[in-house]
Design a protein around this ligand. Structure first.
Ligand code: FMN
Length: 183
């Protein structure tokens, strides 16, 4: 079996985060050949370009090393003020430097946005795609995944209630596995 290791980057640090629950659910409907590793981003100090000359925090070094070892990245993110949460943008910046040592480069990616509202994180989803294009990450264009009204779509265990949504999430992970195989 052609096993691939996927890093999961969640754009919320909240204990009871819906995005964390969705990220976990996605691992349960993924093809067998995909294994998953959660990438911690909550311990990264705010990026400062001085780090690139004076030395980076340990957490940055750990993050870059983890990303370089992965086959692909799955981003699952909320939308904050119609954009990407700062904690996620900070992680993108931290692993993109020092200049010329972008750890994200070439890693296939997929984006899932999750919201309690009806616009389903569209703004965050597409702002994130803009950064991923610059970071040279081939990001799955279709199917897109916008999950709205999330508080009503998950049960108490964090599972989706609607079989049609589960079917779509399963086909999304199948498509992601196929996307990764192209690179
Ligand atoms: C600072 C802040 C800004 C937010 N802005 C948006 C927004 O622009 N669009 C949206 O759909 N939800 C917005 N929300 C609501 C989030 O969808 C909601 O808090 C969601 O539960 C966050 O994801 P999580 O449960 O994974 O932490 C915002 C929440 C916060 C705390």
């Amino acid at each position: 079996m052609n096993t691939k290791t996927i890093g999961i980057v969640v754009g919320s640090l909240r204990k009871e985060s819906f995005n964390k629950k969705v990220a976990h659910f996605l691992t349960t409907v993924a093809p067998q050949n995909l294994t998953f590793q959660t990438i911690e981003i909550g311990d990264l100090p705010l990026y400062n370009q001085d780090f690139d000359e004076e030395g980076s925090p340990e957490s940055y070094i750990r993050l870059r090393k983890e990303i370089k070892a992965l086959d692909a990245i799955l981003f699952v993110t909320p939308e904050y003020n119609r954009s990407v949460p700062g904690v996620l943008k900070n992680a993108l910046d931290a692993a993109s430097r020092p200049y010329g040592q972008n750890a994200w480069q070439g890693k296939p990616a997929a984006v899932v946005s999750v919201s309690i509202g009806n616009i389903s994180g569209f703004g965050a989803n597409h702002h994130l795609r803009q950064s991923l294009a610059y970071l040279d990450m081939p990001t799955m264009p279709q199917p897109e995944m916008y999950l709205g009204d999330i508080a009503n779509n998950l049960d108490e265990q964090g599972n989706f209630k609607d079989p049609k949504t589960i079917e779509f999430l399963t086909s999304f992970m199948d498509a992601f596995a196929n996307w990764i195989n192209k690179f």
